[in-house]
Design a protein around this ligand. Structure first.
Ligand code: NAD
Length: 400
């Protein structure tokens, strides 16, 4: 069975058994062994997983994660989230994900690119046929997507490319922008207080966390705590986020920026209005859910709140904006990039971000309407909206 609780959704809407069967399992899973010889005596190798949870609505869309602890199960979970995310956003994509079980940190750009070429060789047919359209995720970035473009020379077979090779202006900022937009909507509609009175803590200061911080700051929120893998900082008055970003660009960490140092657990337990986990999965769990003092959690990362923690937080009245909504800005911008790569279209960063704000607001409004109608939490509401799209697509394809 999958990770989305389909039985729970069936309490609210008519959920055909055949739809449960199709959506409850991945459509295809591949395990690969990657290997690169570095010299006569040295080589690197890793397992890689490519999962297409669903090709129902279009090509499987989902990033490539490079991290030592990725597993097939983990990759399948992330692929499933993509199915629900793309349907929630009404995009013509299915859900997929790749995991490469290696730590990219010690690899030079040259070695990383050479290693990725083995993955491309083994995935090539699907990339060229448009069955799978990858993008960056943790441990990969635009330069890795440029390697994929370089190997295939098909612009639409990958998104998240650098601007100079058909990338979309605004794609880099898009996930963080969407996180900030949903944080603003949640603050306005749930907390009903002016943004400049509200505090935000952000776990993780990579692509998503840093741009979420920047846009939250520009919207008027006070960003009072941030951290990364090397440590964290706290300033109750709020950080000057553009300055903090310059510090991170120079030193590769938030550590050393003026502020009190704070541990990872302390950051999660701060009495802030909005907590944005933007690093890894499963960071809010059964053991720490009762210590969370934030009023709203916005899931910038994929799966940062476990199912057990979700139940505890719901009982305590903490509202969680789910990942399939909160971080859907990235895949929505990827859709625009894919479309432009196919058609030769061009756009500006401002147009991309304005369009994204409209898409995120529309998805938020549809989710809130479902929450109102079904009297449920935001995660269930977003899944219900998505389920209706998916069931309708299943009917359109005569799969049920
Ligand atoms: P990234 O690699 O750019 O950044 C990850 C950040 O998390 C880094 O600052 C790292 O130092 C920090 N981190 C790692 N371990 C930590 C720890 N124990 N405590 C605190 N911080 C820690 O990754 P990203 O692209 O920003 O992705 C972050 C999350 O957002 C992932 O869950 C990813 O799946 C999700 N996501 C990313 C995108 C995207 O467009 N990049 C889209 C949707 C979802």
């Amino acid at each position: 069975m999958g990770f989305v609780d389909l039985e729970n959704l069936a309490k609210y809407i008519e959920f055909p058994d055949a739809a449960m069967e199709v959506l409850g399992q991945p459509q295809r899973q591949t395990i690969m062994s990657l290997r690169l010889k570095l010299s006569e005596t040295e080589s690197i190798s890793a397992k890689a997983y490519v999962v297409y949870h669903s090709l129902l609505r279009g090509p499987a869309k989902g990033g490539i994660r490079m991290a030592p602890d990725v597993t097939l199960e983990h990759t399948a979970h992330l692929a499933e989230l993509m199915t629900w995310k793309t349907a929630l956003m009404k995009l013509p994509f299915g859900g997929g994900k790749s995991g490469i079980a290696i730590d990219p940190q010690p690899l030079t750009h040259f070695i990383k690119a050479s290693f990725l070429r083995d993955w491309i060789m083994q995935t090539r047919l699907d990339l060229e046929k448009g069955i799978y359209v990858p993008a960056p995720d943790m441990g990969t970035g635009p330069s890795d997507m440029a390697v994929i473009f370089g190997e295939t020379h098909i612009p639409e077979c990958v998104t998240g490319k650098p601007i100079g090779v058909g990338g979309l202006p605004g794609r880099l900022e898009a996930t963080g922008r969407g996180v900030a937009t949903t944080s603003r909507l949640a603050a306005e509609q749930i907390l009903q207080r002016p943004l400049n009175e509200l505090t935000v803590a952000i776990q993780g200061f990579g692509n998503v966390g840093s741009f979420a911080a920047l846009f939250c700051h520009e919207m008027g929120f006070k960003v009072v705590a941030v951290n990364d893998i090397r440590g964290g900082i706290h300033n109750p008055e709020g950080f000057d986020v553009p300055r903090l970003m310059r510090h991170v660009a120079e030193t590769r960490s938030v550590v050393g920026f003026p502020g009190d140092s704070i541990s990872g657990e302390e950051l999660l337990h701060l009495p802030v209005d909005v907590l944005i986990p933007a690093a890894m999965g499963d960071v809010i769990h059964q053991k720490n859910a009762n210590q969370i003092q934030a009023k709203i959690i916005v899931e910038a990362a994929n799966g940062p709140v476990t199912q057990e923690a979700d139940a505890i937080l719901n009982d305590r009245g903490v509202q969680t904006v789910p990942d399939i909504l909160a971080n859907a800005g990235g895949v929505s911008a990827s859709y625009v990039e894919w479309h432009h790569s196919k058609s030769g279209g061009m756009t500006t960063k401002q147009q991309v971000l304005d369009n994204l704000d409209a898409l995120m607001t529309d998805a938020w409004n549809r989710t809130r309407a479902a929450q109102e109608r079904c009297k449920c939490d935001l995660r269930t509401a977003a899944q219900l909206v998505s389920a209706e799209e998916l069931i309708s697509s299943l009917r359109d394809r005569n799969w049920i």
